[in-house]
Design a protein around this ligand. Sequence first.
Ligand SMILES: *Cc1c(COP(=O)(O)O)cnc(C)c1O
Length: 219
Amino acid sequence: MSIKKNLQSIKETLPGHVALVAVSKTKPNKELLEAYQAGQRVFGENKVQEMTQKWEELPKDIEWHMIGHVQRNKVKYMAEYVSLVHGVDSFRLLKEINKQAKKSDRVISCLLQVHIAEEDSKFGLDESELKAIIDSEDFNLMENIRIVGLMGMATFTENKEQVRKEFSHLKSIFDELKEKLPNITTLSMGMSGDYTIAIEEGSNMVRIGSSIFGARNYS
Ligand SMILES: *Cc1c(COP(=O)(O)O)cnc(C)c1O
């Protein structure tokens, strides 16, 4: 299957309110361009350096989403152009994004990443940390970031009921947060293997890589 056909068949299954982030990490520009020519404009990367290089080389109307864990010392390289940071998992990172956004005279949209998986290995805030950020005075003073929603990753398992339970949990945290932050809109959850469940549980942004571009080769 071609990238174009993969994209088309995924888009046919996505409800109109669900945004598609094409996860292009490790893939060469040629393949991103193929997706671009098929109409895709939103790409997700998980390494700042790789994303910045692609941003420099590819058409300027692409929206770049940082979906991975971000080290604070890398924020400055993407502050000028990144359109959404999905993986904000600490207050210190959020403060650094605010600082670098200010230098670029921008307001950067961010999603707070919540830890919903059973595995310890996945990054993210727990509910009390999330609450501590939102309720803090510092948060209200940050003028160069905008929290637009939440992101989460389910456990990597064949157990569909567990995955469903984790997504549904994140949706309930999202709904609760909306009472405090009425302007949040985005719930980023779902990847190639679990995005249909994620959408059934309330996702409106899916991050899909291998089902579009094929398996990744990390060697
Ligand atoms: C790699 C990655 C994806 C895409 O994974 P696929 O299984 O290839 O669709 C989605 N979200 C995050 C955070 C990722 O790191």
